[in-house]
Design a binder for this molecule. Structure first.
Ligand code: ADP
Ligand code: MG
Ligand code: MG
Length: 902
């Protein structure tokens, strides 16, 4: 054992030692490089430094013990295998140093190519490349540029300016026209820039280059933009990144070399085919950055048929192996193909559904797996409206439909301006030549992103797709002038603040605001588009997967709906009932007068008169809803908000009265109202006279509502329909409250229902922590529980929602006290625990107790999974979220423990 303890912890893995399931340890890039190596694909040799090494470094500020030695050993074995030594002046081995975290974070982390070049080995490299000096100096200038920028924080523009300068001196716009001498001069210029910014010469010692680069990758985990991206994507902050050290292969060795990226299917639509970009005589970062104009991958067939065929074979093999869309990066060095990266590719929401459907057809996955491959957030995206183009809207430009959706907004040219205007509530479109990681804030703030350069694999495209944000990239007809805050297109000038519309599906750009129309998926849900007739692959895939979700799920899905119209829509979207029908709107509009009378009166008779007048109005509302929901349960919540919410605000009333008195008008009524508002004022209305408390202090109020519900149910049933009302008492904290209300309600129900056959359930909301904790007692008096998770969250945390969200939630999110607002996604540990306790104790007391949830969490994907795991019978959410909840409930039912959908 003692000997064991002196053995170093293993921090470095050869590619041959890893596999695709080791993403936690090796990061996605490293795990997949290992997988490809073990599949026998042509991957340049290399090794991966683990995320554990990164975490240890970040925790202590220095490399963990043993790491340096392990790197040395793996480097030696890499050198032996390649027959070259790092930085050897005659025949140098060069390596790339590449970050790679568990989840891909496009452009967020740092990569340095050509590590090992210096003033001496550049000569050796040229000699080894058959005297190709141009290539050697091009590689060296790239190293100084990337190393300077990513390792030493030298501003990247300085290098770009120097490069532009060299091109100008040559009278060219393409770096391909620079010859060896130009590039040698450029290396000198780059070195000066390096010295100016770092106070030291560019490091000549190869191992020092390597160590500094590795350290920079570790540190880039905590770079501001990486932190921001993680927060946006909800990626945990403590995973760390791995570092891959890979023997270099060269795409910049001449016209028979090149580099490219490809997808095994179209990541935008899911369509089968070959999708990719290729760039001859270049190194990989040129393609990813969208700096030079690439050619479609198909052109490679003409340029290098052998490599092309080999690539297609490998892509097919990878798809079969991963059973999913893969994206890849490759390089061809003098006709020899090398695979540099693969991963299960990001895709649009539409492509996710379409591809999942195709893979089922191809027998690669089953329907459970297909269901697992899509999610509610994607479905929600597909329900966004699209542009309505039957008017005179002519596109002014067409770029690449990089991330679907329809967005209109004011043009801005900088991230900062985007953030500023968005904070003022403006919709903005961020327009850039191309985006880079520094634009992330602006991209988050914008409604859409428009770039003049780059394809489907550009930074803008990849990041926008990840965010579900509309993006058109590579609209090269537009000429962007950022300093002047304008762009020109077809002779017109568009200034900051002008409105444009962009279609991320078609790539079209329009001037002005284009009206929008509902999505096809919504039309399908609404029943106006028949999936069997639709020639739309997306609608067919959605139909198929939704059908499977519905069959698989155990949770029922209901909707929150307050009117007949909402109820009808909810039903079309697949709601199996109403889980929350609020009755407060029935006290508004032209009924205000009656409500004021009810509130102001001090006599029993006046109060009964007001209630009697309200009764038929409410009954009609219920009749409408019960008719729409024929045969399905409708949970009606008795009046919940404090009654003063139905009166005019105090300030306004005080002013009105003062003004009227000044004019000598008769203000007796207003004065009475004002007095009532003053009397009823509450310091904490959320915790005041509301919910069941109203029912207990205002005689006849709940009774009127119960009667209206029961009479409506009887009427609909007598018409031949079937009404299934469930009366829900809000804000109960003690069983006695519920018992009191229930006793009165049951009398009324018995009297109204008679022999009509109508059955009315009586239950309660569980939204006060005390109710959750005494659920066993409350269940004795309740036929159902419905969790009001909004109030339960407010009271569980002691947050007043309206006050806290703007005041300090940003800070809590920043500090990681919660990863997401507990009003958006249920706090499993605290509020969720209350739900669990109440569900268990309620069911123990009354096994047939129906359990549901009607807070907004009912439509939140993560929360739906939680409610499934707690064993609720249904979730209820807004009608538009019903399909999302159906899908997620299905996913929850087929989910295997520990699976990971990201
Ligand atoms: P990112 O995660 O930003 O894509 P990568 O680590 O994949 O960064 O590297 C950026 C580019 O550099 C890739 O396009 C890849 O093709 C190229 N590259 C990385 N390592 C090598 C290598 N060993 N030889 C040649 N090109 C490489
Ligand atoms: Mg890459
Ligand atoms: Mg409530």
């Amino acid at each position: 054992m003692a000997a064991q303890e002196t053995v170093d912890h293993k921090y470095v893995y050869d590619f041959a030692e890893g596999n695709k399931d080791l993403k936690d340890l090796l990061g996605g890039k490293g795990a997949n490089l290992a997988e490809m190596t073990n599949l026998g694909l042509p991957v340049p040799p290399g090794f991966t430094i683990t995320t554990e090494a990164c975490k240890a470094y970040l925790a202590t500020g220095r490399e963990p013990d043993g790491l340096a030695g392990q790197i040395e050993a793996h480097l030696e074995s890499l050198e032996r295998g390649m027959g070259r030594r790092l930085g050897d002046p005659h025949d140098p081995l060069l390596v790339s140093v590449r970050s790679g975290a568990k989840f891909s974070m496009p452009g967020m982390m740092e990569t340095v190519l050509n590590v090992g070049l210096n003033d001496r080995s550049v000569v050796g490299l040229a000699a080894q490349a058959g005297g190709n000096e141009r290539f050697a100096w091009d590689s060296y200038r790239r190293l100084i540029q990337m190393f300077g920028k990513t390792v030493c924080e030298v501003p990247g523009e300085e290098f770009e300016h120097a490069l532009d300068e060299a091109k100008r001196a040559r009278g060219t716009t393409s770096d391909l026209d620079l010859d060896a001498d130009d590039l040698r001069g450029l290396v000198d210029a780059y070195k000066k820039i390096f010295l100016k910014h770092t106070g030291r010469d560019f490091p000549q010692e190869p191992r020092e280059q390597l160590d500094l680069a590795i350290r920079a990758v570790f540190e880039s985990w905590n770079a501001e933009r990486a932190v921001l991206y993680r927060r946006q994507e909800r990626i945990p902050a403590d995973l760390g990144t791995a570092v891959n050290v890979v023997a270099m292969v060269f795409g910049n060795l001449g016209p028979d070399s090149g580099t490219g990226v490809a997808f095994t299917r179209d990541p935008a639509s899911g369509a089968q085919g070959i999708y990719g970009d290729y760039l001859a005589n270049a190194q990989g970062e040129d393609v990813v950055a969208g700096i030079r104009n690439t050619v479609p991958l198909q052109d490679l067939e003409r340029l290098d048929k052998r490599s092309y065929d080999e690539l297609l074979g490998i892509m097919a093999r990878l798809e079969g192996h991963y059973r999913d869309l893969c994206d890849i990066e490759f390089t061809i060095e003098r006709g020899k193909l090398w695979m540099l990266q693969t991963r299960v590719g990001k895709r649009t929401a539409a492509a996710a559904f379409v591809i999942a459907g195709q893979l089922v057809d191809e027998g690669l996955i089953d329907l459970d797996e297909a269901l697992h491959r899509v999610n509610g957030a994607q479905l929600a995206q597909l329900m966004f409206p699209r542009f309505q183009l039957d008017h005179d809207f002519e596109p002014v430009a067409k770029g690449v439909g990089a991330s679907p959706g329809a967005a209109s907004g004011k043009v801005v040219f900088t991230s900062a301006r985007a953030v500023e205007l968005a904070a003022e509530g403006e919709a903005v479109i961020l327009v850039r030549r191309e985006t880079n990681p520094d634009d992330l804030n602006g991209m988050i703030a914008a409604k859409g992103i428009l770039t003049s350069r780059g394809g489907k694999t550009s930074h803008a495209a990849v990041v926008a797709r990840g965010m579900g944000k509309t993006c058109v990239s590579g609209a090269d007809e537009i000429d962007v002038n950022v300093p002047a805050k304008r762009f020109s297109i077809a002779g017109q000038t568009v200034n900051e603040g002008d409105v444009v519309s962009i279609d991320g599906t078609t790539g079209k750009v329009y001037l002005g605001e284009v009206p929008v129309m509902p999505s096809e998926v919504v039309r399908y849900f609404e029943g106006t588009l028949d999936p069997d007739e639709a020639d739309d692959a997306l609608v067919r895939a959605v139909h198929r997967i939704m059908t499977h979700a519905d069959a698989a799920r155990r949770l029922a899905v209901r909707a929150n709906a307050d009117t007949g119209e909402d109820a009808a829509r909810a039903r079309r979207f697949g709601a199996q009932g109403i889980g929350l029908c609020r009755t407060e709107h029935m006290f508004l509009g032209d009924r205000r007068e009656l409500v004021e009378r009810l509130i102001l009166t001090r006599t029993d008779t006046e109060r009964s008169d007001a209630l009697a007048a309200l009764l038929p109005l409410q009954r009609d509302d219920f009749v409408e809803i019960f008719r729409e929901m024929d045969g399905l349960p409708v949970t009606v919540r008795l009046i919940d908000p404090p009654l003063h919410e139905f009166l005019p605000p105090l300030e306004q009333l005080a002013v009105d009265v003062a003004v009227a008195q000044e004019r000598g008008e008769d203000v007796a009524k207003e004065e009475a109202l004002l007095a009532a508002v003053r009397r009823m004022h509450e310091e904490n209305p959320m915790l005041g006279l509301r919910g069941v408390r109203l029912g207990l202090v205002i005689p006849g109020l709940f009774a009127m509502q119960v009667r209206a519900i029961a009479e409506a149910a009887v009427r609909v049933t007598r018409e031949g329909g079937s009404a299934c009302p469930e009366i829900m008492v809000p804000l109960v904290g003690a069983v006695q409250e519920l018992e009191t209300v229930r006793a009165e309600a049951e009398k009324i129900i018995a009297e109204v229902v008679g022999d009509s056959g109508v059955e009315v359930l009586i239950g309660t909301m569980i939204e006060v922590p005390r109710a959750a904790l005494t659920a066993g007692q409350i269940a004795e008096a309740a036929q159902f529980f419905s969790f009001g998770t909004n109030d339960l969250t407010q009271m569980g945390w002691g947050f007043s929602r309206d006050d806290v969200e703007g005041a300090f939630f940003w800070r809590y999110l920043e500090l990681g006290i919660f990863g997401i607002s507990p009003f958006e996604s249920i706090d499993r540990d605290g509020v969720g625990r209350l739900v669990r306790i109440a569900a268990e104790e309620g069911r123990a007391a009354r096994p047939e107790l129906k359990l549901g949830v009607c807070g907004e969490h009912g439509g939140d994907p993560e929360s739906v999974h939680f409610f499934h795991s707690v064993g609720l019978d249904y979730v209820s959410c807004s009608p538009f979220r019903v399909p999302v909840a159906r899908l997620e409930a299905g996913r929850a039912a087929v989910e295997t423990v520990g699976s990971d959908s990201r």
